[in-house]
Design a protein around this ligand. Structure first.
Ligand SMILES: [Mg+2]
Length: 198
């Protein structure tokens, strides 16, 4: 788990809400992203996209945004196929339930932002048994790492961004920050207490 604090002007802030990534954070990672990227772009296309990216990494959703509608639709069909395969094997991350119970005991809100589809969020909620409100899927544009969905949740809650933290497994995909504030594992009560003391 990597947590990214949105920053807040130097003062000591009270943590009032946590926003979670879904795949690889609240669920065990099951989507083979490397195979998905190869299926969409082809080996040569993937190599070219990596070479053209300053960081060497490729954001598949942004990449296909520039494609013509028929190619884009085909790409989305492939991506959705991989995501649906992932749904069949969906598992809740060990420790996630306990963390949410801990947050409830401290009256800290929890939201969710994912680049996955709404159907995946619906299935996750059904299996998890606890709701994340709001839960924004990729139907909400622009999607992360753009800060818009995170700011939208802060505004829906009526809580300033300085009192909200993003929890995810990818500093690159979850929110644009210079560096994560915390790195840790579920169940680390010491880490939870540090987060609350911000
Ligand atoms: Mg993730």
């Amino acid at each position: 788990m990597a947590a990214n604090f949105s920053g807040g002007g130097g003062g000591r802030a009270m943590l009032k809400g946590l926003v979670f990534d879904m795949d690889g954070t609240l669920t065990v990672p099951v989507i083979d992203f490397a195979a998905m990227y190869r299926a969409v772009l082809g080996d040569e296309g993937l190599a070219a996209a990596r070479a053209a990216s300053p960081s060497g990494s490729v954001d598949i959703l942004h990449h296909i945004d520039t494609w013509a509608p028929p190619e884009q639709q085909k790409a989305y069909e492939i991506i959705t196929h991989f995501e649906r395969q992932g749904l069949d094997r969906l598992q809740i991350m060990p420790g996630a339930t306990e963390l949410c119970e801990y947050l409830d005991s401290k009256k800290i809100r929890r939201g969710l932002i994912t680049r996955n589809i709404k159907a995946a969020v619906d299935l996750f909620h059904q299996r998890f048994g606890m709701k994340f409100i709001p839960a924004l899927s990729r139907e909400f544009c622009p999607y992360k790492p753009d800060p818009a969905p995170l700011l939208h949740i802060c505004s829906t809650w009526g809580i300033p961004p300085s009192e909200v933290m993003m929890i995810g497994d990818s500093p690159r995909d979850d929110v644009k920050v210079k560096k994560p504030l915390f790195m840790g594992r579920y169940g680390d009560m010491n880490l939870y207490d540090q987060m609350l003391l911000l």
